[in-house]
Design a protein around this ligand. Sequence first.
Ligand code: UDP
Length: 239
Amino acid sequence: MNRKIVKLQGFNIDTFSMDEACEYILENRGQVVTINPEIIELGKKNEDLKIIINSAELVIPDGIGVQIGLKILGYKVKRIPGIVFARKILENSVSNNLRVALIGSKPEIIEKTVEKLKVEIPGINIVFSHDGYFKDDEKLFNDVINSSPDIVFFALGAPRQEECIYSIKKSLPKAIMIGVGGSFDVWSGNVQRAPEIYQNLGLEWLYRTVKEPKRLKRIFPTLPKFIFSVIKESWGKTC
Ligand code: UDP
């Protein structure tokens, strides 16, 4: 299977369906970025982050903002929620005999996440886990590499999780590595995902913002700024 990439604001985005994306990365391995308007806006100001994203082996459109942005440019692409994608990879790890490393979130959360995943995905082989508040990056990276994982999830928030993955990807060329944001908070049972109706309407961000108003600072003015830039990009395409 070959990648079918489109460009949004200078960033690569794959147009696979959820199942195709899953099949592609299980076969090809590498870094997966779950891209959203916030990361795009960060990447515009941070050339290193842009390089990381555009050299990732898979970039999935996580969230309604990117789906709308692509639609403005004339591409009909369905969003792939990163948390659902990452879970699917874990479920596939059992039949594929893959070793899993999980890094991120608060100590009690990662502990609970490991416990719950072992119950919910029988046979899962978690060979390494650590909270996300480590001070010595080099030591943590060496410990991850030495555990020889096939799947590595960093749940540190963007862009730190993407940077950590990029730092170790040369040492683990056969691993699937994903930055999974707040997924451990959900998998541990500590945070609830939005009710399905919000998810289906693409309004999970609204639900999370109402629950955690401090997110508002992150979303605004990023989202309107992003949409405005994409509209400008679409004018460039049609002129
Ligand atoms: N986190 C971490 N180390 C840090 C900062 C954050 O492990 O130094 C964790 C935090 O506990 C949370 C996750 O990173 O579990 C970030 O979640 P957020 O909801 O911000 O990510 P999003 O899903 O919005 O990308």
